[in-house]
Design a protein around this ligand. Structure first.
Ligand code: FMN
Length: 210
């Protein structure tokens, strides 16, 4: 399987990128293709007024690496893992911009919006978070947004690894060892059981084989 891991902190040697690197290691150890992209390299602008901004042929006119990353790496991937620090109880602006800018590619005026939408569906999606504060709901806004994105794109939300640290590299001393958890998350990313049932779904009474 093919996975894209997007590290969205401006600190390349920071805490969330340590989780992203570990997840890539785990994915590769399990035999998957995994690519790590730093959002700062490819998302250098926000979504603009798309109707006025887009080119005459319907393509996005913002001239940075987003187009290449979105069309060549995100769309073909079976799985997507986003790594972000908590900024003001939300995700980094880079990651938010990554999601916002998809708008241009699914707009009816985009020449390949139909195939783009098809490629956006049914991925496995994961989240890696670093923060200074430890209280459990400080990440709730980010988790909720990604959960809704999964619902909207019929994707499967595999889970979240949340480590604590502040100075760069701090996360490796978090006693809960989130770096190891991120490595394990990568290793099982494509095989992990994930469920979101409706009342009338058929399912076995036991979750795990004995
Ligand atoms: C602009 C900014 C806002 C932040 N807001 C929060 C916050 O709301 N809650 C929190 O726990 N930590 C917050 N932090 C701390 C970072 O989440 C923390 O240092 C994180 O580990 C940084 O990850 P990084 O090294 O990947 O950039 C903030 C840091 C910055 C720079």
């Amino acid at each position: 399987m093919q996975a894209l891991v997007l590290s969205s902190s401006p600190r390349r040697d920071g805490n969330s990128s340590a989780l992203a690197v570990a997840a890539v290691e785990g994915l590769k150890a399990a035999g998957h293709q995994a690519e790590m992209v730093y959002a700062d390299d490819v998302v250098t602008d926000f979504l603009r007024d798309c109707r006025r901004c887009r080119r005459a042929d319907g393509e996005c006119s913002i001239d940075d690496g987003y187009h290449e990353m979105f069309t060549r790496h995100f769309l073909p991937a079976h799985g997507f893992i986003a790594a972000t620090p908590i900024y003001w109880y939300g995700m980094s602006a880079q990651l938010k911009s990554f999601f916002d800018r998809m708008f241009c590619y699914v707009a009816a005026s985009h020449p390949r919006s139909t195939s783009t939408k098809t490629s956006m569906l049914n991925k496995r999606i994961g989240l890696l978070i670093s923060s200074e504060e430890t209280f459990p709901t400080n990440s709730a806004g980010i988790v909720h947004q990604v959960q809704e994105f999964c619902r909207y794109t019929r994707s499967t939300f595999i889970g979240v690894v949340h480590g604590r640290g502040n100075a760069r590299g701090d996360i490796s001393r978090d006693p809960t060892d989130p770096v190891a958890a991120a490595r394990s998350f990568g290793r099982t990313f494509f095989s992990a059981h994930a469920s979101d049932y409706c009342l009338d779904d058929e399912r076995p009474a036991r979750m795990w084989r004995r």
